[in-house]
Ligand binder design. Structure first.
Ligand SMILES: Cc1ncc(COP(=O)(O)O)c(C=O)c1O
Length: 403
């Protein structure tokens, strides 16, 4: 099926924002997406109708429970979890992963090993470095090759019979690499390691299938897939016995025991609305089928924009792309540098042309260190989402050409 980008765009009020008489080009999606009207309306409706806390014997409290349960079911469909109880919510992916790391590492000690990668956002690195520091476990680094499109090295080289954990990204938020996750998770499981997948940058771009992947934990962030600010932790049933830190009156079992404090019910209604919204652009008899179909169509659309961009910069001699340029799997997220211009100046130039992109390290500290750019202003990150158009990519190429 084809993806109707104009019908999709029509739902985003932020896309009509103007600067200097021109519509803003939001190519900052890897840092956060804009929200469609259905998400904004769903969140406002919760607040307007009145909402209460969980566990009360009256209608508004029962509505809060049904918002939470509805969001669990929607996220389960989105990430391919077979049971809504696999899904827990938190304020952010980072907060959830810090809690997960504390719970997973409770019985680690000297002699145990864990694997983190240099391709990951720090939210899937530091929680594990801290756990290693607390427990005395040894950290092994899975590296990537900057001269080979920032592809990840072989997991076999860092696994051993002592590996307790492998934490890996499903897609790099800095350079767009999509590693061979099936291979990594498969090998890690054979070695008996707990596997944690950071899918924050993957979920907005491609269908995600947590059950099929066989990982123990997968995390994502709705504000990257057209929803509000919140975090998601999906756990395989084998990990439901983990005991996160909690306060005494709080729920003591999966999934509620991860949800410390009161959730933002309006945000969770927005999460469901964002998932329904994406699914409405797909075909199929179930929501899961519609989501897979919509995300596949969006992927084809953004891949064509990515090819337009890559072809456009190919003859701009002073632009260097740090990442894959040969058809291997990647997201439409590009790290570039421009000879003779600091990344902040490039982003400033694009910003003054109404094109919003990020410069710096985007918390992907190890990626930028490995590229040798951590101390020199990082890179410029240009990210496309499904609402991007060919005309916007043309505007981007023109503005880069001016440099
Ligand atoms: C790949 C990746 N992982 C983790 C995070 C952290 O997510 P959160 O902001 O929900 O803590 C981000 C945020 O940019 C990200 O891009």
């Amino acid at each position: 099926m084809t993806f109707d980008v104009e019908a999709f765009r029509a739902h985003f009020p932020a896309l009509s924002r103007q600067e200097g008489g021109e519509p803003v080009v939001w190519m900052d999606g890897p840092g956060g997406s804009q929200a469609p009207d259905t998400v904004i309306d769903a969140m406002a409706a919760v607040l307007a109708a009145g909402v209460s806390n969980l566990g009360g014997s009256f209608a508004a409290s029962r509505e809060a429970s049904s918002i939470v349960n509805g969001a669990r079911a929607a996220v389960a469909d989105l990430v391919g979890a077979t049971d809504p109880d696999a899904i827990a919510f938190g304020p952010s992916m980072t907060a959830l992963n810090l809690a997960l790391a504390r719970a997973v590492s409770r019985d680690w000690g000297p002699g145990d090993e864990l694997v983190v990668t240099r391709l990951d956002h720090d939210a899937n690195v530091s929680p594990w470095l801290l756990a290693a520091e607390r427990s005395g476990a040894t950290v092994r680094w899975l590296d990537f090759d900057p001269d080979d499109g920032c592809s990840l090295g072989s997991i076999e080289e860092v696994l051993s019979s002592s590996t307790r954990l492998v934490a890996v990204t499903a897609a790099s938020n800095a350079v767009g690499t999509v590693p061979d996750l099936g291979e990594i998770v498969g090998r890690a499981r054979e070695a008996g390691a707990f596997t944690v997948v950071d899918a924050v940058h993957h979920v907005p771009h491609r269908p995600t299938d947590f059950a099929d992947l066989g990982a123990d934990a997968l995390l994502c962030s709705p504000y990257k897939f057209y929803g509000p600010h919140a975090g998601v932790l999906a756990l395989a049933e084998s990990a439901w016995g983990l005991a996160p830190e909690r306060i005494r009156p709080a729920p003591s079992s999966q999934p509620g025991h991860w949800e410390i404090g009161t959730a933002s019910f309006e945000a969770l209604a927005g999460v469901t609305a964002a998932i329904e919204f994406m699914g409405s652009f797909g075909e199929g008899s179930s929501r899961r089928e519609r989501l897979v179909s919509a995300l596949s169509a969006m992927d084809i659309h953004t891949e064509s924009l990515a090819n337009q961009f890559l072809a456009g910069i190919r003859d701009m001699d002073r632009i260097t792309l740090h990442g894959i340029d040969d058809g291997r799997p990647r997201t439409p997220t590009f790290a570039v540098t421009v000879d003779g211009h600091a990344p902040a100046d490039v982003a400033g130039h694009l910003g003054s042309a109404g094109i919003q992109v990020w410069d710096g390290h985007f918390y992907a500290l190890e990626v930028l260190r490995r590229l040798g750019r951590l101390e020199t202003g990082g890179v410029v990150r240009i990210g496309f989402l499904a609402y991007q158009t060919e005309a916007e990519v043309d505007r981007l190429l023109e503005a880069l050409h001016e440099l």
